[in-house]
Design a protein. Structure first.
Length: 183
């Protein structure tokens, strides 16, 4: 199976609901997020300590991934200060070196942990508040990947490998798709 060099730049969990489903969230700074060097991933459940862990076995968002390549492009286009980091997008894993869009509906493995890529992780309207006006549009079709965790294990920050039959080469990692059915 093809292998791709990746770098996991950060792993984040949100122990409580702070944004999801709220009309006017109070704090969009990401201060409620907990940064982890190592995360315990539980098969068919999620990341231990995260608000969505054990939500339901068939949930398509046990874990979410966000591309650092996308972040860098969005940060530049929106002229965001260096003090704002990619964790504000509220995805669990900040990753570089692959095109996450290639993993929609694809199986993949990182550090011996099996995942099933599911769908695009759509940016919510709160992104315009959390980042800047136009953030939601800038993240459209490249807001990240929702995936199911199929096997348990420890996911660690740092340099690693991702294996998948999908062509995940990073050449198109930051490309914004122009498909009407992807929010």
């Amino acid at each position: 199976m093809p292998s791709f060099p990746i770098h996991i730049h950060g792993i984040y969990i949100a122990p409580q609901h702070k944004v999801f489903g709220h009309q006017d969230p109070d704090d969009l700074s990401g201060a409620d997020l907990k940064s982890l060097e190592t995360a315990n991933l539980i098969a068919h459940s999620g990341i231990e300590g995260d608000r969505f862990c054990r939500n339901r076995p068939d949930y398509n968002g046990h874990i979410t991934f966000f591309s650092l390549e996308v972040w860098n492009e969005v940060k530049t286009s929106l002229k965001l200060p260096d003090t704002v980091g990619p964790e504000v997008a509220r995805r669990n894993v900040i990753i570089s070196g692959i095109d996450l869009k290639a993993l929609y509906e694809q199986a993949f493995e990182i550090q011996g942990i099996q995942f099933q890529g599911k769908v695009h992780c759509s940016p919510c309207a709160a992104m315009n508040q959390a980042l800047a006006a136009g953030a939601r549009a800038a993240l459209r079709s490249r807001g990240g990947l929702r995936a199911q965790i199929l096997s348990s294990g420890e996911l660690k920050s740092g340099v690693s490998q991702l294996t998948s039959e999908a062509d995940c080469s990073p050449a198109n990692a930051a490309t914004q798709l122009k498909l009407p059915n992807i929010p």
